[in-house]
Design a binder for this molecule. Sequence first.
Ligand code: KG4
Ligand code: ZN
Length: 348
Amino acid sequence: MQLLAVESSCDETSAAVVDDLLTVRSNVVYSQVARHQPFGGVVPELASRCHVEVMMPVLEQALAEAGTGWADLDALAVTRGPGLASSLLTGLAATRALALRLDLPLYGVNHLQGHLHSIYLGKAAPSPEQYRSTLVLLVSGGHTALVRLDHDGSTHLLGQTLDDAAGEALDKGASLLGLGYPGGPAIEQAADGGDAGAIPFPGPPRMKASRFSGSLDPRFCFSFSGLKTALLYTLRDRPELREQGLADCAAGYQEAAFRVLIQRARRALEEAGPFEALACVGGVARNRRLRELLEHTAAQAGVPLLLAEPEYCTDNAAMIGAAAVLRRPQLTRPGDPLDAVPNLAVDA
Ligand code: KG4
Ligand code: ZN
């Protein structure tokens, strides 16, 4: 089976051809970063216009790189949420039209499920049946969550951020430090050679049950707003740090954000298991320091660490294809209404 998957939930336009053995035959990603850079963040209206502009060339390139024609496809998949409404609609409109024209089934995929299934892509990836239960730390620009992923593809949300996502905290921190957008890679680069202990930043916050945590255990939930405020006040009180202490500041801020992630992941491994593996997915999982900290955490817990390959960490259509292939029975059936759901939950 050959499936063409499309991702357009935020500022990447991507198309991939994936087969039922999860071989990625092509994965084309058009990043709009340069278009949003002057504004310091994603401008939704600009993003959707850009998706419309590049959608067909990206789809055609994905087919060409896979050596496949339209007539060779067996199914289509598209991200239906969560994400920016106007961006999601461009992918949905394109794939709906193709599904009608080619008379193919179209599967609507949860973007977050796509990130979770990114651990199954690539040559060194485990098979979905290999581990009965995996603790996945999902860290992207819009989401931060701890999820139990079972070998049958079912998911259970254990905890999530109650304010900013980890990637968002890095993006906003980078903006305060004058490092530009996207902030995660900029902070990682600026932190190189910095002393993470030179400038004090708050440790992981204690969380209490509230209307924000709902039925989730607050001890597995995240918050980054205090850390962001700490950086704001540090720079207000010590403006000279922008010039003389930038590397230390970036390293300290990044380390403090990652301490929150690691503390919660370790706690979930110990208390919410049993888990046979620890995994990390999403854009922030590209970070080398985070990968190092996770290696240590997994080794201490005596479980293997599954890291999505860097190209499958940031938004891409191959992961949407993987989720569609593995979750086909649970997904929207052909003919079912398929709408954009901007606030779709991770386990919906
Ligand atoms: O998964 P993703 O591509 O998009 C969302 O679904 O949100 O993640 C984007 C996020 C951004 O916040 C970006 O700053 C962060 O991932 N990111 C990184 C790195 N590369 C991307 N954060 C830390 N270190 C990196 N190397
Ligand atoms: Zn994403």
